[in-house]
Design a binder for this molecule. Sequence first.
Ligand SMILES: C[S@@+](CC[C@H](N)C(=O)[O-])C[C@H]1O[C@@H](n2cnc3c(N)ncnc32)[C@H](O)[C@@H]1O
Length: 415
Amino acid sequence: MPEDALIYNAGMNPKAHEPASLPVPEPIALAQSEALAATLRAEIAAAGGWLPFDRYMERALYAPGLGYYSGGSRKFGLLADDGSDFVTAPEMSPLFAATLARAVGEALAASGTRALMEFGAGTGRLAAGVMLALEALGVPFDAYSIVDLSGELRERQRETIAQRAPHLLERVQWLDALPERFEGVVIGNEVLDAMPVRLFARKDAVWHERGVAVGDAGGFVFSDRPAMSGRDADWAQSVPGSVLAAIDGSDDYVAETHEAALAFTRTVCAMLTRGAAFFIDYGFPESEYYHPQRVQGTLMCHYRHRAHDDPFLYPGLQDITAHVEFSGIAQAGVETGADLLGYTSQARFLMNAGITEVLGEIDPRDVVRFMPAANAVQKLVSEAEMGELFKVIAFSRGIDSTIAAFARGDRSHTL
Ligand SMILES: C[S@@+](CC[C@H](N)C(=O)[O-])C[C@H]1O[C@@H](n2cnc3c(N)ncnc32)[C@H](O)[C@@H]1O
């Protein structure tokens, strides 16, 4: 496999691959992208020529039938040749699900609950892997509910689970709406980063909201307008206003704010009446996220395993994502009355939860199985790969003590 083929959905240098070097989509895909672009141009015109970036991102990712996650592109996979765009931990190795299941099982037991709910279940590999591992660990569970904005992915999830864990398929259900109350364990891998963000640019010491307009050639362009004239009536008190005003310095600066992810966290934590919710994603606490030197923000796009920074390239055919700001997420969850169960790096979480024991279940003499598994563990926990950039945050209700996965190296105090 060529060294640069394995691109995680995060963390690449945006300048590493200029859009000009990206593969050109098939004509049918380009036509789908143009159909989405036409609806966006119409929406921009109807809105007076300017659309906030979060609305553009929402449509580019989730417009029914045309958005990146709701359209038919392959998305997750190991290689550009298979038509995929990036790889996530559950796609990379079954050891991720098997290790996460140990923490999930502990949370189920500690809260005395027997239900699971996964948000944004991708191909369904994590669901299949977690259920199989819980079964092997002897942890009882009655139901596994999946919530995904993408109808196309539902079918793929059903197929994966039918193939990998056919006897457990009857416990799986797909939800169209969230229940008011949920007792059990929630999981979401790389879901928060897929939620629309607002963009802001500080220019000559004045904050502007960065939106989208149609340029002379008909393509989309960034367009900035003074932020205080926008939709946040009380700018100083609002999430973007108060967060951005706290960034030191007056240099030109671009940053995202994450209202959709905060609202999502509040909803999930309010729904959780007993149990725990685990979210795994790439990102940082506020002090790092809005560091005066991080002047370009974290908005990133993925197409055919290349990372770049142009969200207007092939709308609907590429992923658009931003890193997660975990201090805000923690606050949003705790505001609902949930406890912060823990926050740490993916490496620390997986090591605490026993990933080396899970690896140890494979006979090292079975080189064909052992070598790829050991390689994947290295990628999941290495600081230079996913181990440090990716974090795990968890909320709980009705769990009195911590769980093993957060017992050492908890970083909640950094939030
Ligand atoms: C980057 S993918 C990650 C998929 C999978 N968890 C994995 O790790 O391979 C993001 C997923 O989150 C889903 N998603 C985004 N916002 C969501 C929401 N509010 N509720 C449920 N799913 C959501 C998308 O449809 C997509 O399936």
